[in-house]
Design a protein around this ligand. Sequence first.
Ligand SMILES: [Zn+2]
Length: 279
Amino acid sequence: MHAVHKLHEYRKSISTTTYKSRGQRVVRCPLCQLAKEYCICAISPINEKVETSAGFLLLMYDTEVLKPSNTGKLIADLIPDTYAFLWSRTVENPDLLAVLNDEQWFPLVVFPQEYADAEREVFSNNVVCPEGKRPLFIMLDGSWREAKKMFRKSPYLDKFPMVSFDAKAVMQKINDAIATEPANVALAMPQSAVNNHLSPVGDDSRYTVRKTALEHQFSTAEVAARVLDMHGEGDNAKILDLWFDVFNYQYQKSVCQRNKGNVNAIANYQDFIAKTFEV
Ligand SMILES: [Zn+2]
């Protein structure tokens, strides 16, 4: 069990009522939270020797961790040093503060630049860490409204620089690539973005399971992939994108609406994993 699995257990244990998620009658895998027959745990990147210098810290809003559609857990499947905590406006969590104060980390808050004060340092192209430090990407995981609240009401995060990417620029890059070299796009771009471009849903929405938090239209896992890319870990970013596509596709199999996921998601992911980790 990784940090998000453990937090899920904990959050469930302190619930006074049963959390009623969408599709609550579905019998779910306790780890990936997909319907048992669509479980993806056997092919999780957690089984691979992933090389990374990055860490992630997920601050999760109340029942976010209980939502089967949450994609924060996909980050923990890939990145061994992933921490997960429940967010609280009023109660100080010493375990959370201990991670933030750990000398090895260079904590960065992942959030749209437009919310930064004028004096706040914001990395928007690549992430530059001080010598001897590793980046710790802090993700505010909840609905968009909840993420904004966490950003405003967590004074202990104010001293850290921010990481931000231009969501519109990412979409533009994908559209340009499709226009010029449609055959190669699948290799270079997040598959879900390509797929959604071909059958667009809503206003730029790439994650079709539910309206999402970070950077408005990207899922938490997709945002994490963008910051891994900015940190220079392109292969890990790609694995996370592909792993998200696997989750997204499998998740929608048990939702009563047309599956807008990528039918090739599992094959694409497994091909890339084989290529990356072959000995
Ligand atoms: Zn599973």
